[in-house]
Design a protein around this ligand. Structure first.
Ligand code: SF4
Length: 469
């Protein structure tokens, strides 16, 4: 588990249509806008004359899809694309999506965001019946379950609806066959999925920021449990799995994962972060001279804290934007150099000041500790650390890499111990009560399991993992 949490994927797709569009280039820009959701690998599957071609590799979108590569990919009528951060399965090329499967009734490309909680059981069952898996990811399990039902049903939509009876957990998926494009969102809506229009074409994406990037107009969110397909230029919806279970959107999408310019299930992400900062100021007030945020997602919450408390906002930390995955990470013993390369403190903002430092979360505490030291070195007189996420106490099974309570600082230590380990004058976390009130229009229905231990779906993976209190 990294010092910061990671999302696992972004998906993007373009339907058939008469509006002239280079679908490969549209996917490239869409993936670019979703790069924050996954940096390990990416791919584009294109449908040209009912054939599906796939190009995928490990690396950032700009590294994988160079000009030469883009020129070699054949144009097509529709396409599906994926950016991956793997939380299930190994980080190897075979796990990079979309997955393309050949079966008796044709070809299918699949892109998936989320994590299944019953993938081991399903994989076991499929393997005992002769299936041979090529990847270690749960997405291949979804592809095989859909394929199993495709052999029994007359349409791909029916196969996806039937598959949803079996697969449990978090999934927003996009499926492209020789003839059709469709999407589905799990009945609890853990991960976001939106629909936009571009001329007479439909665009599907994990976040609205990707629609904006390609010039598409937002139409609506895919409902939790809904299967939406594009048929003869129209959207056809199947709501068999809708409203059977309460909604459980991952609240960490609003606090950290999503881009601040996205709108998820009618909640502007930027507003949610401002509100988180404002709640923090009410819950954990302090006498101070300046409020600063840890770039990037701590900044908006810091502005919210400043507005609510009346303490001026200042730019106290600057991030080097040009560090990619290829950056050679410092060895043990050079870690402080590492954080200085990524972040630098602005002396004129913090020197001699009582500083409120807002971060989006505290996971293992290692990064926070180094940032506090940076601010001390720059002359901060007092440092009051506030986290716009509640305390992480429990693992996540729905598509992020919080894998074990033992790695979580707030699980291992008391508040006083954390304060002393981090080297701060005071420490405060947003409450689990207020994290469910991040929508300014009163929208509810969030998963808060990693903070509260209340898992929306109970399963074998969650058994025995609860904290003993
Ligand atoms: S457990 Fe936490 S990170 Fe995982 S889906 Fe729920 S809120 Fe999101």
């Amino acid at each position: 588990m990294a010092a910061k949490l990671h999302e696992e994927c972004g998906i993007f797709a373009v339907s058939e249509g008469k509006t002239p569009l280079d679908v490969v280039t549209a996917c490239y820009y869409g993936l670019f806008a979703l790069q924050h959701r996954g940096q390990e690998g990416c791919g584009i599957a294109v449908n040209h004359s009912k054939n599906i071609s796939l190009y995928r590799d490990l690396g950032l979108v700009s590294q994988v899809f160079t000009k030469d590569v883009l020129e070699k990919i054949p144009g097509g009528s529709m396409a599906v694309a994926h950016a991956r951060y793997g939380t299930t399965g190994d980080n190897n090329r075979m796990n990079v999506q979309p997955l393309v499967i050949n079966h008796k009734k044709g070809k299918m490309a699949l892109a998936h965001n989320g994590n299944l909680i019953n993938d081991f059981e399903l994989r076991d069952e499929l393997e005992s019946k002769g299936s041979i898996f090529h990847t270690t990811s749960d997405s291949e399990v979804i592809a095989y379950i859909i394929t199993k039902y495709r052999l029994q049903t007359s349409t791909i939509e029916q196969a996806v609806v039937k598959a949803m009876d079996e697969i449990k957990g978090a999934y927003s998926i996009c499926v492209m066959t020789d003839e059709k494009l469709l999407v589905a969102r799990d009945p609890r809506g853990f991960r976001p999925l939106v629909i936009g229009t571009l001329g007479d074409r439909f665009i599907f994406a994990s976040e609205t920021c990707a629609l904006d990037t390609v010039g598409a107009t937002f139409l609506r969110d895919v409902e939790p449990g809904e299967v939406v397909s594009c048929v003869d230029g129209e959207l056809v919806s199947d709501r068999t799995h809708c409203k059977k279970e309460p909604k459980s959107l991952c609240v960490f999408e609003l606090l950290y994962f999503a881009r601040p310019d996205s709108i998820i299930d009618s909640i502007p992400v930027l507003n949610a972060r401002l509100r988180a900062g404002s709640f923090l100021a009410l819950e954990h007030p302090v006498q101070a001279d300046v409020v600063i945020g840890v770039p990037d997602s701590g900044i908006t919450a810091a502005i919210g804290y400043s507005r609510q408390s009346g303490i001026p906002y200042g730019v106290g930390l600057i991030k080097n934007k040009y560090i990619g995955r290829t950056f050679i990470q410092p060895q043990q013993g050079q870690r402080d150099t590492g954080v200085k390369i990524k972040l630098n403190a602005i002396k004129s903002t913090v020197e001699g000041k009582r500083v409120v430092l807002i971060d989006d979360s505290i996971v293992r505490g290692t990064t926070s500790k180094r940032i506090v030291q940076l601010l001390r070195d720059a002359g901060a007189k007092e440092i009051h650390l506030r986290s716009s996420a509640p305390k992480f106490l429990y693992p996540c099974y729905f598509g992020t890499d919080i894998d074990s309570s033992e790695n979580l600082m707030a699980y291992k230590y008391t508040d006083d111990e954390m304060k002393s380990l981090l080297g701060v004058d005071s420490l405060g976390f947003l409450s689990t009560e207020n994290v469910t009130k991040l929508s300014d229009t009163g929208i509810e229905g969030f998963c808060t399991a990693c903070f509260s231990g209340n898992y929306p779906i109970k399963n074998n993976k969650t058994k025995n993992k609860f904290r003993l209190e």
